[in-house]
Design a protein around this ligand. Sequence first.
Ligand code: HEC
Ligand code: HEC
Ligand code: HEC
Ligand code: HEC
Ligand code: HEC
Length: 270
Amino acid sequence: MRRLGRLVMVFVLLAVDAAGQGMGDCSDCHRSVAESFSRSAMSRAAINPVFLAEWRDKGHDPACLGCHAPSTAAGVACVDCHGPGGHPYAPVAVPDTCGRCHDAPGEVTVRSFRDSSAARNGKTCLDCHLGGNQSHVFIGPSDPAYLRDVASLRLALAGDRLMVAIRHRAGHSLPGGTTGRAAWLVVQGRDGAGAITWQERRRFGWLNAESVWQDNTLPPDRGVMIEIENPGLADSVEVTARLLYSRRAGVEPDSGTGFQELSRATMILR
Ligand code: HEC
Ligand code: HEC
Ligand code: HEC
Ligand code: HEC
Ligand code: HEC
């Protein structure tokens, strides 16, 4: 096992080197673009430790590299979006070019974007993911600050039902991306001493149940109303709803780590 680990490390070091040279050609002249892109998660998609661990578990399946490192070994490269043609380059077709990797089984980012009000209003992926000055950083949820103010929650009681309204501002379903991403709604009642008296959880994201992909993401624009019948709130003085975001498959909110709060709403009951 230990020997295998060393071989993989050697491969990774070679990979970084090869990629650095590959991008050097373009970066000779497009220095600021290349510098921006080197800060993106995409430019390191095949050398980030989370990918490497999962790739090893999948027996280093070459199919993974079709999206994670199609032309240079470290990750996505200039030619993967601009094409191999050379100057003059045609404008990059957005979102078609993105869809080559961001539209896959277990993922609806590009498809849900096409149906969104963002697309109808003439926005593209770049309006939300390039940052202010058309740089190539392709910011996204790997930067926690990106998720600030993305979603909102409202709570209401109607007879014996607790209603939780969820809205978000992503230009596609939330979470965008594949199975590893999830948003969790955690609703808790608390007594006068602050102890949890009741709780309910819902997961939003993709599920691969017996090899059938199920889309349970939060769609864009419309918002989602969750109704909880007969919540056990008899002993509670307040109820709090939180929407949490995780980038790790199979991790539940109880485990604590790796969750970011997208939004929170509290209602005083008595
Ligand atoms: C994920 C896709 C993607 C990758 C990877 C990418 N670009 Fe771009 N690039 C775009 C898009 C989209 C535009 C916007 C203009 C357009 O439609 O061509 C653009 C614009 C440009 C422009 C013209 C405008 C400007 O910002 O100066 C240059 C030059 C450029 N890219 C160079 C590069 C270089 C060099 C690399 C590699 C270091 C790279 N790109 C990697 C998608 C990409
Ligand atoms: C020898 C210098 C040089 C190299 C190397 C170079 N470019 Fe350019 N590139 C230019 C110049 C000059 C322009 C036109 C002015 C501008 O937009 O910055 C340009 C423009 C572009 C544009 C805008 C659209 C167009 O064709 O005018 C893109 C996209 C682009 N380059 C991508 C790349 C990519 C990808 C690579 C690497 C495969 C690369 N360039 C390598 C000098 C270079
Ligand atoms: C109106 C703004 C907006 C537009 C337009 C938009 N996005 Fe997003 N995107 C977001 C926000 C906010 C998030 C974070 C919440 C989430 O995961 O849905 C996100 C998340 C993502 C993610 C998840 C990344 C990850 O690692 O989990 C990907 C991939 C993505 N967007 C790609 C795209 C592509 C491709 C397009 C165009 C087809 C696009 N986005 C259009 C705002 C936008
Ligand atoms: C060759 C495949 C490929 C293409 C083409 C591609 N992407 Fe990506 N993209 C990826 C991969 C792989 C990742 C995951 C990187 C990671 O998290 O390690 C990613 C991640 C992202 C993220 C999340 C970044 C973050 O920090 O969370 C955004 C946003 C994104 N891509 C937008 C785009 C847009 C917009 C386009 C089209 C202009 C595009 N991508 C084209 C493969 C691609
Ligand atoms: C069709 C394109 C595509 C293929 C094929 C693909 N991926 Fe991805 N992968 C992506 C994109 C795009 C992202 C980033 C955003 C998202 O979740 O969509 C990603 C994200 C990931 C992440 C999360 C990285 C992080 O930092 O959170 C891991 C791990 C991963 N992929 C592993 C794999 C493995 C292992 C394979 C092969 C069995 C594979 N992928 C095949 C497109 C692909």
